[in-house]
Ligand binder design. Structure first.
Ligand code: LCS
Length: 380
């Protein structure tokens, strides 16, 4: 993903300047009025857009193979904007049992307060998606692999179910990332990402993106203009810089994670490893079909000793940093039940398959021998 800096950069600078401004001098009263009426103007007012945002949107659209893209101030801004810009009171959404924790809260607490019903189904069960469809279903919303249990949702099949019912198919592609999985090519209408993760890749930017056809991106933009979850120019600039090494990083994440997953699977203290690239993953065949680029950098594993054993391991690693989030060049280790998914009830966690002894790894780009050595000493 290394491309020239020319779009929306009319300076000679190879690295585009940062447009650290909230507003732009208008060329004339008439031209100003015309710009004010545009959708997503690049030089009018920074909540409406900026050259830095346009630069990175062009790259992200190319990456997902979409006509257009919109960057926003966080992954959750992307998730909520993609959903809310296509819903109204009385509509129905079909989603999964397992989603990122804040998405779970949006689906189970926020949408129902605005008169939108949500049915959550087992993401591994295609028939369950089909059964949940109603005449007023407007969106089928998926996330694959799931955070943190690494279940897969069949993207082609769920897109077909959505379209047969006249609904939009929207997916969160954060975990697999565009390098590995291209949902639009499998029939999806919109793809969202937490660009905080692999797209930026350096754990120093909070950002989100929605990719899809221009008409839907314009609707999302209008929602963003009103609700205001804007990505600031410096963050957009950093995200663009992070993307320049995207392909290099993703190839390394994929290779490192597969090696770490194989190591964990062979370790006597580990009862189960959840990684779609392992032959032992129950949906490995689907993973090979819909993740042609690789299986990503995320692994979950369960300790034979349950919660206590998991807590000992996460307290002992040195190279693997105890932290939430994922997708950066450094390896992060976390305990989903008490950290990322602490907002859910015990029942919701059980339904999502988040066991007390489950550990999640975001495998980074370090030398893989160093990651494995660190895990080996922590597991010993
Ligand atoms: N979607 C997925 C799949 C995520 O994992 C996250 C954040 C988001 C959306 C939200 O993105 P944000 O607004 O934070 O940019 N996931 C996190 C996690 O697993 N640990 O900390 C954050």
């Amino acid at each position: 993903m290394i491309q020239g800096a020319r779009p929306y950069n009319d300076t000679a600078a190879v690295m585009p300047p940062i447009y650290q401004t909230t507003t732009y001098q208008l060329p004339s009263p008439e031209a100003g009025a015309a710009i004010a009426a545009e959708i997503a103007p690049s030089q009018f007012y920074t909540r409406y857009g900026s050259p830095n945002n346009k630069q990175v949107e062009a790259l992200l659209a190319a990456l997902e193979g979409s006509e257009a893209a919109l960057v926003l101030g966080s992954g959750m801004a992307a998730v909520s904007t993609a959903l809310l810009s296509n819903l109204k009171a009385g509509d129905h959404v079909v989603a999964q049992h397992t989603h990122y924790t804040a998405t779970m809260s949006l689906l189970s607490d926020v949408l129902p307060r605005f008169g939108i019903e949500v049915t959550q189904v087992d993401q591994r069960d295609i028939e369950a998606f089909a059964r949940a469809m109603r005449p007023n279903t407007k969106i089928v919303y998926t996330e694959t692999p799931t955070n943190p249990t690494m279940d897969l949702t069949d993207l082609r099949a769920t897109a077909e179910i959505a379209h047969a019912g006249g609904a939009l198919a929207i997916t969160d592609n954060t975990f697999a990332s565009a390098y590995n999985q291209r949902p639009l090519a499998l029939g999806y209408d919109l793809v969202v990402h937490s660009a905080t993760k692999y797209l930026n890749g350096h754990s120093d930017v909070t950002a989100g993106v929605i990719c899809g056809p221009r008409a839907l991106i314009e609707k999302a933009w209008e929602h963003m203009r009103i609700n205001g979850p804007v990505l600031h120019p410096f963050e957009a600039w950093l995200l663009r810089r992070g993307l320049q090494t995207y392909g290099l990083r993703m190839a390394r994440h994929n290779a490192n994670a597969l090696a770490v997953a194989r190591f964990l699977e062979s370790h006597p203290a580990v009862s189960r490893v959840y990684y779609p690239g392992l032959e032992s993953h129950p949906q490995h065949a689907l993973a090979k079909r819909q993740m042609p680029g690789g299986f990503g950098g995320m692994i979950a594993f369960e300790m034979k000793g349950g919660y206590d054993a998991a807590y000992r391991v996460i307290g002992r690693t040195k190279l693997c940093i105890l932290a939430v989030s994922l997708g950066g060049v450094e390896t992060l280790i976390t305990h989903p039940a008490s950290m990322v998914h602490s907002q859910q009830t015990d029942e919701q966690r059980a339904q999502a398959g988040i066991a007390p002894g489950l550990i999640r790894l975001s495998v980074g780009c370090e030398d893989v021998e160093d990651i494995i050595a660190d895990l080996a000493q922590a597991l010993a």
